[in-house]
Design a protein around this ligand. Structure first.
Ligand code: ADP
Ligand code: MG
Length: 267
């Protein structure tokens, strides 16, 4: 079981930019072993951009992201990035359509391990079952043949193939019906408890947040920095006004004199 106090990743004084514009500045926080950390904030505030910085896809202009688990500090953007340690299932990071689900899952094992084919297949089937897709037919299916909810689960299964201590999910429930979405919350809980995987989760959904998050990081779109970090119930009861508003009603009330929040472009 993960040590609750162990820090996996340290984000220090990070700023986020897109299209020449500063989205966020002075972001400093840790990701702890085994926790579910939810990143919330108005559409366009930079949540997905933050995740891209955390997994090493986008290099920071200011600040650092450091993998610190295991006692050796490794810059996520340096020469020895923690690729195997971070699993990613993003909206756009879908499965390869030219391969079966099983082939998709076995690929990371081919790239990063010395397991033989029978072992790779056994692992892939085990991860599908863990992600709630035990049906043998799923293994041989083309991703296009799966429902949206099943594809999300398969993408999560793939992200878990190398047993990463950290899993990053960007709005896993987006586009799913409420029941499928609630089942995905159960899966996140299950992963946390069964595997001790830390999960960084971008979400808009309050129910999901209160069900699964140990801590919430609130990115304020107007202040352009994180204005709250803590357990969801604490922030709802004692957090700054915009955070309480969001955690109570699931919406944001921009200050009347402040500029409007930029809207995220439709995918
Ligand atoms: N490559 C890019 N070039 C220009 N603007 C971008 C780029 N990527 C994101 N943006 C803009 O940056 C803002 C933040 O994007 P994003 O991180 O996706 O926000 P969120 O996930 O919080 O909704 C949005 O206004 C988006 O349109
Ligand atoms: Mg986003």
């Amino acid at each position: 079981m993960a040590d609750d106090n162990e820090v996996l990743m340290r984000v220090d004084n990070l700023s986020l930019h897109a299209g020449g514009r500063e989205l966020q500045h002075s972001l400093s926080f840790d990701v702890r072993a085994g926790e579910v950390l939810a990143i919330v904030g108005a559409s366009g505030c930079g949540k997905s951009t933050l995740l891209r910085h955390m997994i090493g896809l986008q290099a920071p202009r200011t600040g650092t992201v450091t993998w610190v688990a295991g006692g050796k500090a490794r810059d996520v953007h340096g020469d020895d990035p923690p690729r195997r340690e971070i699993g990613v299932a993003f909206q756009a990071g879908a499965l390869w359509s030219s391969m079966t689900v099983g082939e998709n899952l076995m690929l990371p094992l081919e790239l990063y391990t010395a397991l033989d084919e029978a072992q790779r297949e056994a692992q892939a089937r085990a991860k599908l079952a863990l992600a709630g897709l035990p049906d043998a037919a799923t293994f041989d299916a083309e991703p296009a043949a799966l429902s949206g909810g099943m594809r999300k689960r398969a993408a999560i299964a793939r992200a878990l193939m190398l047993d990463p201590p950290l899993l990053c999910l960007d709005e896993p429930s987006a586009g799913l019906d409420p029941l499928t979405s609630a089942r995905l919350d159960d899966l996140i809980q299950h992963l946390k408890h069964e595997l001790g995987t830390a999960i960084v989760l971008v979400t808009h959904e309050l129910e999901s947040l209160f069900a699964v998050a140990d801590r919430v990081l609130f990115l304020d779109v107007q202040a352009r920095t994180a204005t709250a970090l803590g357990p969801p119930a604490d922030l709802r009861d004692q957090g700054p006004e915009p955070v309480r508003e969001f955690l109570t009603r699931g919406r944001y009330r921009p200050h009347p004199t402040a500029p409007r929040a930029p809207q995220e472009e439709a995918a």
